[in-house]
Structures are given as structure tokens and as C-alpha cells.
Write a protein that binds this ligand. Structure first.
Ligand SMILES: Cc1cc2nc3c(=O)[nH]c(=O)nc-3n(C[C@H](O)[C@H](O)[C@H](O)COP(=O)(O)O)c2cc1C
Length: 213
């Protein structure tokens, strides 16, 4: 009797989070992708802010300490992945410097054409909602340079009509006072599942490996 295990496309979820919101979204995104059959790497990028800045915000310090042991993304992870999903807090309507710094380390892979034809998507968090879509659009500019294939949630599921986040999952913390809603969590899991399914389809089954148990 064979005990085959199906492993799906490889999805790298690469994010920066200062106070934990994007970290929560990343975990939920990973859960949705995993449930849809993806092999997931959940990776943070390196902190760039000086210790004094982190210490000035207790929530930032607490999150930095709690996640210090979690693995850091490397360019090899981008090479490994069939789909790359970036998560970032909004910074003046733009991508955080920390995530952007990681993306800029991918220049060598880009130069060799090794980031083309992969699936890309993104998610974000804001304090007020201001800039959530411009942040994702700014992120997606890079995808065009990579020659990537953008897979966003759009309005492809009823939950998207509730959250109104066609560019990618996002949350507004209202200055850190509002936790992620059930609807946002569902939309985030859905987005992870959609990226997984579309990537598998684009791979034409190449992302499925049968392994004898
Ligand atoms: C320098 C800076 C710029 C920010 N710009 C915005 C902004 O344009 N719009 C907004 O709603 N929140 C803005 N914020 C708030 C962050 O986006 C918010 O704290 C973040 O989404 C929380 O995510 P995290 O818990 O993963 O760090 C800014 C925060 C900082 C430190």
C-alpha cells in the first residue's frame, strides 16, 4: 500500500512587522496557503531601526524580542519559492524601509532573470487606513520589474465584498486599538489559498510531487 503525500507549490511569505499586526496577518496568510496544500516558508526581514527607536515604543520592543529567534529571509528563499508574498506596514503610504531593503538584496537574482514568472502578492497594515492601497501598489511596481505574475484576491470571493481589499489583505489598527477582525482573518486566509491554487495551476502540476510513504 502506498501512502502518497501531495506537496503543493512553494510559497515564501516574507514580511516586516514592528508591533505585530503584519506578523499576525503573515501567520494567517500562511495558514490559508498551507490548508490549500502549499509548502510554506514564513520569514521575517531584518530590523534596521536603532535600539533607541525600538525602545521608545513598548509594543515594538516586545514584538522585536518575541520574534528575535524567528528565521530571516534570504535571497535563496526567493529563489526557492514558486510564489512570493510580501507583507509590510504602511509607512507614509509606502513600503517599509525594512522590507524594501530586503527586496533590494534581490538585485542579483533579478539580473539573472531568476525572479521572473513567479507569482507575487502582498498584504499590509495601517493605523488609519490612509495609504493602504498606495502601499500595495508601490510594492507591486517591483513585481513588474521582476517580470512576475501578480495574483491579488480581487473580488473573487464573497468575503472580499465584506473587506473591500482587492489589492491584498489589509487592516487598520486605529492607532493600535483595534485587533484583526474575523472578516480580515478570513480574507487573509482566502488570499493565501488563492495564491496557492493559481500558482499550482500555472505550474501545470509541476508543483505537485508524489512521495512514496
Ligand atoms: C514612519 C511611519 C509612517 C506611518 N505611515 C502611516 C500611514 O501613512 N498611514 C497609516 O495609516 N499608518 C501609518 N503608520 C502606522 C503603521 O502603518 C502601523 O503602526 C502599522 O501598520 C502597524 O503594523 P505592525 O504592527 O505590523 O508594525 C506609520 C507608522 C510609522 C512609524
Amino acid at each position: 500500500m502506498t501512502d502518497d503525500i501531495l506537496t503543493g507549490p512553494k510559497v515564501a511569505i516574507i514580511y516586516y512587522s514592528a508591533t505585530g499586526t503584519v506578523h499576525e496577518l503573515a501567520a494567517e496568510y500562511a495558514a490559508g496557503a498551507t490548508a490549500a496544500g502549499a509548502e510554506v516558508r514564513l520569514l521575517r526581514v531584518a530590523e534596521l531601526a536603532p535600539a533607541a527607536a525600538i525602545d521608545s515604543n513598548p509594543a515594538w520592543r516586545a514584538h522585536a524580542d518575541a520574534t528575535a529567534d524567528q528565521p530571516l529571509a534570504t535571497p535563496e528563499d526567493a529563489l526557492w519559492a514558486d510564489a512570493i508574498v510580501f507583507g509590510t506596514p504602511t509607512r507614509f503610504g509606502n513600503v517599509s524601509a525594512q522590507l524594501k531593503q530586503f527586496i533590494d538584496t534581490l538585485g542579483g537574482l533579478w539580473n539573472q532573470g531568476l525572479l521572473a514568472d513567479k507569482v507575487y502578492s502582498g498584504f499590509t497594515s495601517t493605523a488609519t487606513g490612509g495609504g493602504r492601497e498606495s502601499t500595495l501598489l508601490a510594492l507591486y511596481q517591483t513585481v513588474h520589474h521582476f517580470g512576475g505574475i501578480q495574483v491579488t484576491p480581487g473580488y473573487t470571493d464573497p468575503i472580499q465584498f465584506v473587506t473591500g481589499t482587492p489589492y491584498g489583505p489589509s487592516h487598520s489598527t486605529v492607532q493600535g486599538t483595534v485587533p484583526l477582525s474575523d472578516e480580515t482573518l478570513e480574507s487573509t486566509r482566502y488570499s493565501g489559498a488563492r495564491v496557492t491554487r493559481v500558482t499550482r495551476h500555472l505550474l501545470g502540476g509541476r508543483g505537485l510531487e508524489h512521495r512514496a510513504g
